[in-house]
Ligand binder design. Sequence first.
Ligand SMILES: [Fe+2]
Length: 223
Amino acid sequence: MIDLHSHILHQLDDGPESIDESRECLRILAEFGFEELIPTPHRFHMLYDPQPEDVADRVAEIGSLLIRRFSFEYMYAHDLVERQFDAFELSTTASGWKVLLVEFLPFMSRKNDIEQAVFSLNMKGIAPLIAHIERYSMPDEFWAELKRKYAVYYQISLKTLSNRFFDNKRNQIIRLLDAGLIDNAATDLHRLAKIQQIEQGLNYLHKKYSKQIARLFSLSFEG
Ligand SMILES: [Fe+2]
């Protein structure tokens, strides 16, 4: 299993404050079955914008066999497509799309905004892997339609799946998983304190969606 979204590198963004905490997170994630993690510090964020050199320093300092490279979680803003993207894509598809992890501003909640963003990224050869899509409260049909029209992938957060009781966002994840619309599941781990939620989300997937596990934690994206 490969994790494609975490803030597990210390002192870069809202992740761990110490290298010891980073290492402890890695140790436990390996116990959960993760064989590789591609950390994705925030990039072009209002609060955080670590430079690739700083990220590479942290990776070297931790020296974990689980971390062989890194990428970023890019905050989409209207000027994002004019920026020079770092050459740190998660993967490239068979058709040549560069897959980047992208999140939207919390207030960017209109369908048109998201569709326009995906269109603009596609024009640059980028197929966004949209982080924690349950966060945006869009109807299921919107996500289905977007996928029919554009090169776009969807990622869910294991933490949301860990919620036990009635929860709209968790229920949406389950519906989208049933519809086969989810491409990836990720820890989005920031701090050691949340690691139990990762375990609960993972256990749920193992129990109910075991056939999808290999695909949900891989780097292969179709299209
Ligand atoms: Fe994140």
